[in-house]
Ligand binder design. Structure first.
Ligand SMILES: Cc1ncc(COP(=O)(O)O)c(C=O)c1O
Length: 387
C-alpha cells in the first residue's frame, strides 16, 4: 500500500539505539534521564488511597481541585508566581503541557525563538506543527547568550520565546538579569514567553531558581510548564501542569480535554498528597542528593580525561572527549564506552539537530545523566576507568 503518513523530518535520536546497545551488554545507562530514584511514600499512599476511595473516573479537564489548589500554593510560595487554582491546568506531563501550548498558539509557518543546544522533544514538537524555529546559541562554558541575537531572531511571525530553565542538556540556570532582559524583549515585541521548569528544584551552588512569570509585568505574557516527573521520580505517571494567564486558561483546558480528556485521576491525587504533606526539607534533601551525584560523576570524568562542563542545574553533564580521544568523534567515543566500560552516554549532536554543523559540541562532546542511584553511579565511575 502507498505510505499515507504525513512526512515529518524526525531524526531517530542516537539515545534510543545506545540505550538498546548498553542493555545488551547489561551495562549502566547514563544516556537517558531515566530518573531512577525512589518515589516518596506519601505520594504512593495518596494515589492508592484515591483509587480505593473510588477516584478512578475522569477528573475535570482542568485537573482535580485538590491538586490545582496544592500547586497554586506551592507555585506562589516557591516560584513566587502570583496565581490561584484557576490559573493552573493539569496536563499529561510537561510534554502534554507543551503539546497544548503549541496547539493553542501555533499554525504552520509561525515562528518560535529558542536556544541551542535544545531539549529534542521541544524541537520535534515544534517541527511537527510546521513551526519555524529560530535558534540563539548558548555559549560554553557558562552558556551565556546575546540578547541582540534574540532580538534579531524575532520577526512579525514570532509567537513565543521558549526557555528551558534549568536546561537540558546544558544544565544552564538562567539568572534574574538574563530573564529580565529576555522579558523586556518579549514586552517590546509583544510576544509570549513559554518556560519549561521541570528541573526547578535542582539548582546548585546556591543559585536561586527564578521563574520568568515572577518578574514584574511578566505573568500576563508567560506560560510556565512544570511537572512532578522528576521532583517525585514518577516519570511514568504523566502528571505535569501549566500556569497560564487567565485569558488563556479556557482555551488551554479545552485543548487538554480534546487531547487526553484528563491526566490519570488517582495519580493527580497522589501528587497533591505529596505536595501538601512533604516538608521543605524533602526538596532540600533531593537537591543535596543530586549535588552529591554531580560530584561523583564530574570527579570521575575529570580523572579519566573526559572534561566535564560542571552543570549549574538539572541532572546532566556535558563532557568534552577531545583530549582523551583526539581524532575520534563523539559517536565513536560513545560506542567505545559501551564496548569497553559498559556505560552509555549520548553524543551532544542529539541536542543540536542538523542545524549546527561545525561546532565542537557536535563532534567531540557527549552528555551523561546522573539521575541514577549512587551505587550505579559509583559502579559507572569504576567501569569508566577501564576506557
Ligand atoms: C527539559 C525537559 N522538559 C520536559 C521533560 C519531560 O517531562 P514530563 O515527564 O513531565 O513530560 C524532560 C524529560 O527529560 C526534560 O528534560
Amino acid at each position: 500500500m502507498r505510505n499515507l503518513a504525513v512526512p515529518f523530518d524526525f531524526e531517530t535520536p542516537a539515545l534510543r539505539q545506545i540505550g538498546a546497545a548498553v542493555a545488551r551488554v547489561n551495562g549502566i545507562n547514563l544516556a537517558q534521564g531515566l530518573c531512577l530514584l525512589p518515589v516518596p511514600e506519601v505520594v504512593i499512599e495518596g494515589a492508592e488511597r484515591a483509587m480505593r476511595a473510588g477516584n478512578n473516573r475522569y477528573s475535570l479537564a482542568q485537573g482535580v481541585v485538590e491538586l490545582r489548589e496544592a500547586l497554586a500554593a506551592r507555585v506562589s510560595q516557591f516560584n513566587k508566581i502570583v496565581c490561584s487554582a484557576d490559573s493552573v491546568v493539569i496536563t499529561a506531563g510537561s510534554t502534554g503541557a507543551f503539546e497544548i501550548v503549541c496547539e493553542a498558539f501555533l499554525r504552520p509557518g509561525d515562528e518560535v525563538v529558542t536556544f541551542i543546544p535544545f531539549y529534542p522533544y521541544h524541537r520535534n514538537t515544534l517541527k511537527r506543527r510546521g513551526a519555524v524555529v529560530r535558534y540563539v546559541p548558548l555559549e560554553r562554558p557558562d552558556w551565556g547568550f546575546s540578547i541582540e541575537k534574540i532580538r534579531a531572531a524575532i520577526t512579525p511571525k514570532t509567537k513565543f520565546i521558549l526557555i528551558t530553565n534549568p536546561g537540558n542538556p546544558t544544565g544552564k540556570v538562567f539568572s534574574m538579569e538574563e530573564l529580565r532582559a529576555i522579558g523586556e524583549v518579549a514586552k517590546e515585541r509583544d510576544i509570549l514567553v513559554v518556560t519549561d521548569e521541570v528541573y526547578e528544584y535542582l539548582t546548585y551552588d546556591g543559585r536561586p531558581h527564578v521563574s520568568m512569570a515572577s518578574l514584574p509585568g511578566m505573568s500576563e505574557r508567560t506560560i510556565t510548564m512544570g511537572s512532578y516527573s522528576k521532583t517525585f521520580a514518577i516519570t511514568g505517571w504523566r502528571i505535569g501542569y501549566l500556569v497560564a494567564p487567565l485569558l488563556y486558561v479556557d482555551l488551554l483546558r479545552t485543548i487538554g480535554d480534546q487531547m487526553f480528556v484528563c491526566p490519570p485521576t488517582p495519580l493527580q491525587h497522589g501528587v497533591a498528597h505529596g505536595i501538601v504533606n512533604l516538608k521543605e526539607s524533602f526538596y532540600l534533601e533531593q537537591l543535596a542528593k543530586y549535588q552529591r551525584k554531580r560530584s561523583i560523576l564530574c570527579d570521575a570524568l575529570t580523572r579519566i580525561g573526559l572534561t566535564p562542563n560542571i552543570p549549574q542545574g538539572a541532572y546532566y553533564v556535558i563532557a568534552d572527549t577531545s583530549s582523551r580521544f583526539p581524532g575520534r568523534t563523539s559517536g565513536e567515543v560513545v560506542d567505545l564506552m559501551v564496548e569497553r566500560a559498559r556505560v552509555a552516554a549520548v553524543p551532544a549532536s542529539d541536542f543540536l539537530g542538523p542545524e549546527v554543523k561545525d561546532d565542537p559540541l557536535r563532534s567531540t562532546f557527549v552528555r551523561f545523566s546522573y539521575s541514577v542511584p549512587d551505587e550505579s553511579l559509583i559502579a559507572a565511575a569504576d567501569q569508566l576507568r577501564s576506557l
